[in-house]
Design a protein around this ligand. Structure first.
Ligand code: SF4
Length: 351
């Protein structure tokens, strides 16, 4: 594999300064070289496998006021609900019946409605149906993460949204999420609690994506050094505007996304990168060549959605833009020469 690009950047040994340089120019030739290198490197590290997972929303109460989200606490017209343990059991059974073995459990950010104990009990149920259980919930204390680890949590996803502290303050009007420092230090608490997989990301578009992606890369790199036993993952969700939001955001084009994806792969050769159903099918099908290792499929963002057969809300942040079923995504991957993986490798080793 060629290492040096025509512009003199060593693509297989990128530094943060190289990434700054790459982000500051619009060089089609360089992007093509990066795409080629990212594809080769992904094949070398991960073969042609893509792991599939699905989100499972057990509650959607929220105590925060993020201006870019239609589910903010004072938005009373949004339907709120929370599943009982019995309903969670049925919802897990309905999702597992599609063939999925990897689940991401989500709640809105409400400690009152979705307490750590509620989340722990839900995890215990999910662990009976799925070989891999991850969580995307509000940030917790270290002891709470330890309890969740003991209950069966394999991974935690937590996005910082933006690393620009002033912009963060401006966009998060009220609620516990307003405390930037408690959120940015959560990955340390997750790692210290013994949880082995931590997925991180920024909500691209809240501010200049270049600054956020660079800050995210620096954050993950510093955590890799501190916690060598932890596997880190990355995701690059793009902001989807909600109807009544008047704030100004920054466009992140498909080309920008390709640049971000390739930079992530080249800077972090072994890190898993996921792409969610927040992206359109055509885009997902193209971008998987350049670094993606994980995709959500057959997703519902509705509380109780798998039993009801309803998959989405008509709202930017929770809309499902790729409505294909689990089997349809698997068929698409096979047609492109990928090997969809639905079972966690540890269970294969143990069985
Ligand atoms: S982004 Fe999450 S925390 Fe913020 S208002 Fe929406 S649901 Fe609540």
């Amino acid at each position: 594999m060629m290492s040096k690009s025509l512009s003199g950047i060593d693509l297989l040994h990128l530094t943060i300064d190289d990434i700054r340089r790459i982000f500051s120019v619009d060089d089609r030739g360089l992007l093509e070289e990066m795409a080629h290198a990212a594809r080769e490197l992904t094949r070398r590290q991960f073969g042609r496998t893509i792991s599939l997972y699905a989100p499972l929303y057990i509650a959607n109460y929220c105590e925060n006021e993020c201006v870019y989200c239609g589910f903010h606490a004072s938005q009373k017209s949004m339907p709120r609900s929370k599943l009982t343990m019995e309903q969670i059991d049925k919802e897990c059974a309905a999702l597992a019946a599609t063939g999925n073995r990897s689940v991401l459990i989500l709640t809105g950010e409400s400690r009152f409605h979705s307490s750590p104990q509620y989340i722990r009990d839900a995890v215990r149920i999910a662990a009976r149906y799925f070989s891999y259980v991850a969580l995307e919930v509000y940030p917790l204390d270290e002891e709470e993460y330890s309890e969740l680890y003991l209950a069966g949590v394999d991974g935690v996803t937590l996005y910082q949204e933006t690393y620009d502290r002033a912009r963060y303050d401006e966009l998060h009007l009220a609620g516990p999420k307003k405390v930037y420092d408690y959120r940015i230090t959560a990955p340390d608490r997750i790692a210290r609690a013994g949880i082995r997989h931590i997925s991180m990301g920024a909500l691209l578009g809240l501010t200049d994506w270049r600054r956020d992606v660079i800050a995210l890369f620096e954050h993950v790199r510093s955590l890799e050094r501190k916690y060598p036993g932890v596997e880190f993952g990355l995701a690059f969700p793009r902001l989807r505007r909600v109807a009544d939001d008047i704030h100004r955001y920054q466009e992140v084009s498909d080309r920008d996304m390709l640049k971000i994806m390739c930079s992530a792969r080249l800077f972090f050769p072994r890190v898993g990168i996921s792409i969610s159903t927040r992206e359109l099918p055509q885009f997902r099908d193209r971008i998987i060549e350049f670094g993606v290792t994980k995709m959500s499929a057959g997703s519902s963002t509705r509380v109780g959605g798998y039993l009801e057969g309803e998959n989405k809300y008509e709202d930017g942040q929770f809309e499902v833009f790729d409505p294909r079923s689990f089997d349809e995504v698997k068929a698409m991957l096979r047609s492109k020469g990928f090997d969809p993986v639905v079972t966690d490798w540890r269970n294969i080793v143990n069985s």
